[in-house]
Design a protein around this ligand. Structure first.
Ligand SMILES: C[S@@+](CC[C@H](N)C(=O)[O-])C[C@H]1O[C@@H](n2cnc3c(N)ncnc32)[C@H](O)[C@@H]1O
Length: 293
């Protein structure tokens, strides 16, 4: 890794800013919404909850936009059932945004919200420390497994938290996305440290298969407009580049040869296509649904 470069996650304010811009420039949440509308009802219908309450655990939920959409499908499937929604999220800023979202959303009266300002590993330590045997009917980890130190151990722990018939839903970039191309080629020169791993859904499927886990996967097609990254001095373009490379102030801190190569490849067919004069990055995702056997 180049010495002047540091992980974007080391600056939470800039991370959140660039993530919001990424959401604005991509169809990331739209394709998840479509999945929630068309596929999630069937996935949750087989959870067979017979308890008076339905327990959800969101890990790395951000500001909760996708969480609340999934909750509305769970409410529709289990009308009148109390929902306990637990959220593990280390960013105070994201938790605040989630709380603000809950405050202005109607129809949440049968739901309790419990936030844990923790990383997934800290949450795991808390559960072990309390010697709790807490089980969840539905656990989700959406676009967050890049940020854990030990992915197999994390998957093993959260699988062990599933109630009988519970499901674990994971979303990550797909192995055929532009992200995968970028990370395979440049991962070793970017701030790959204990804050960020360049993993894709394909890697998770390999880990799950080696554990003997039963899972099903779904492909989501998604785009991201990165045209601004190629406009000199464009501040949004700089933030998007930070998000793409997971590097804080990439344009300022990356060595010129690396910057030129990455900008070149970002436009190329391994990462993007051109549509109506815009450069469109392949942001395809995969959803993996793990069953509790
Ligand atoms: C890319 S965002 C995804 C947010 C949300 N799930 C979504 O898809 O809109 C990643 C989230 O994971 C959180 N995060 C980072 N490291 C984490 C960790 N070790 N454990 C749990 N969450 C983490 C970040 O604070 C951030 O909110």
């Amino acid at each position: 890794m180049e010495p002047a470069m540091r992980s974007l996650l080391s600056d939470n304010g800039r991370y959140v800013q660039s993530f919001r811009l990424f959401l604005k420039n991509s169809t990331e949440h739209q394709c998840m919404q479509e999945f929630i509308e068309t596929k999630l009802p069937e996935i949750i219908s087989s959870i067979e909850n017979e308890k008076p309450a339905f327990d959800i655990l969101g890990v790395g939920s951000g500001s909760g936009e996708i969480d609340l959409q999934m909750i509305s499908k769970i409410q529709a499937r289990y009308p009148g059932v109390l929902i306990n929604n637990h959220i593990v999220e280390p960013s105070a800023e994201q938790i605040l945004s989630y709380k603000e979202r809950v405050a202005k959303t109607t129809g949440l009266s049968d739901i309790t919200f419990n936030w844990y300002k923790k990383t997934s590993h800290e949450f795991e330590e808390q559960i072990h420390g309390e010697k709790q045997n807490k089980k969840f009917d539905f656990i989700h980890m959406i676009q967050m497994l890049y940020y854990v130190k030990d992915v197999p151990a994390t998957l093993k722990f959260f699988r062990s938290c599933l109630a009988p018939h519970g499901k674990l839903l994971i979303i990550l970039v797909s192995g055929t996305s532009g992200w995968s191309t970028l990370w395979k080629k440049y991962g070793s020169r970017l701030p790959l440290n204990d804050l960020c791993l360049y993993i894709t859904a394909g890697d998770i499927q390999d880990i799950l298969s080696s554990m003997g886990a039963k899972y099903k996967s779904y492909d989501l097609q998604s785009d991201m407009d990165i045209t601004e990254c190629f406009v000199e001095g464009d501040l949004n373009g700089e933030l998007l580049l930070d998000f793409l490379t997971e590097t804080c102030e990439f344009k300022k801190n990356a060595p010129p040869d690396l910057k030129d190569q990455i900008l070149q490849d970002l436009k190329g067919p391994g990462c993007s296509s051109t549509k109506d004069g815009r450069i469109i990055f392949n942001n395809n995702l995969s959803v993996i649904v793990v069953e509790n056997q």
